[in-house]
Ligand binder design. Structure first.
Ligand SMILES: [Zn+2]
Length: 291
């Protein structure tokens, strides 16, 4: 497995994680893509499964999530109930003074996250990470170093078709005043165009749109989709600089040693995570620097 340019494979507490240099070089931010290694789960869930509804022992899953939080020095790695939709929620502390965000129906108390249906989370609370769970879909972590806010987005073909990455940028603009030109994004390992065969209906629906015109390839009568290109195209169309969008283009299906893959494992598998966080100066900050 070749480590993509702009990323490092960092091992801490026996937990290998892919980290994007452009985000992690900023001491106020943290981004990781976890792998399947370094946890407690057994058999097909071995071992760092973070998926709640995968059939794995929930105690192992909770222990794995606590382990990730401790290793990263974050207080809480939030994740919602993902439904392949396009809703993006904003994490709020109990007594936030930001009335604009608090009035939004998408402002969510961190304690309610697990019961919320959403495929994107925005967090500007130091130490409270925005996370998404993945097993083939692309996870995108976006950092705004000027407004000090981060987002994590889950998108498979439906999320790409629904343009959830674009909607995350729009929401960061609306509620946090983000300027897309300031943003840096890292896109996680996902099922690659080598393996992600899709049906003609998906191709017919998307290919005619300019932003998706280059994300399909045809081989021997079959159609393959490039999720990474789909997400990147959407982010660039929304105003991110192409050089600020970093793709960790390792195929989850081709690399069973490191990644869960829903399609390869025929649904019986675990979930890795894409995590982004604003880190407060202090102990967590020092912890991160050691990684
Ligand atoms: Zn592949």
């Amino acid at each position: 497995m070749k480590i993509p340019k702009g990323f490092h494979l960092v091992v801490k507490d026996k937990m290998p994680m892919f980290m994007c240099d452009a985000i992690n070089n900023n001491p106020r931010f943290l981004q990781v893509f976890t792998t399947r290694k370094g946890g407690k789960s057994l058999k097909q869930y071995g071992s760092l499964n973070t998926g709640m509804h995968t059939g794995d022992d929930i105690r192992s899953v909770n222990s794995n999530i606590r382990r990730i939080e401790n290793t990263l020095g974050v207080k809480y790695a939030s994740a919602a109930n993902q439904v392949h939709g396009d809703r993006i929620v904003m994490l709020m502390p109990h007594k936030s003074k930001n009335t604009k965000i608090m009035k939004s129906r998408d402002a969510v108390d961190i304690k309610r996250m697990l019961s919320i249906d959403a495929d994107g989370i925005i967090s500007d609370i130091p130490g409270i990470a925005a996370g998404v769970r993945l097993a083939d879909c692309a996870g995108t972590v976006i950092m705004d170093p000027v407004k000090n806010v981060t987002a994590s987005i889950h998108s498979g073909w439906k999320g790409v078709a629904n343009k959830i990455p674009s909607k995350a940028v729009k929401k960061m603009k609306k509620y946090f005043g983000s300027n897309p030109g300031d943003l840096t994004a890292a896109i996680s390992p996902a099922i690659g165009p080598c393996c992600y065969e899709v049906g003609a209906e998906i191709y017919n629906q998307l290919q005619k749109q300019a932003v998706f015109s280059n994300i399909f390839t045809k081989k021997k009568g079959r159609i393959y989709m490039d999720l990474w290109a789909g997400v990147k195209n959407l982010l660039v169309a929304e105003g991110l600089k192409p050089e600020n969008v970093h793709v960790c283009d390792i195929c989850t299906s081709c690399n069973p040693e490191y990644f869960y893959s829903h399609r390869r494992d025929k649904g019986k598998t675990g979930r890795q995570m894409a995590i982004g966080a604003v880190i407060a100066a202090g102990p967590q900050n020092k912890e991160r620097r050691k990684l």
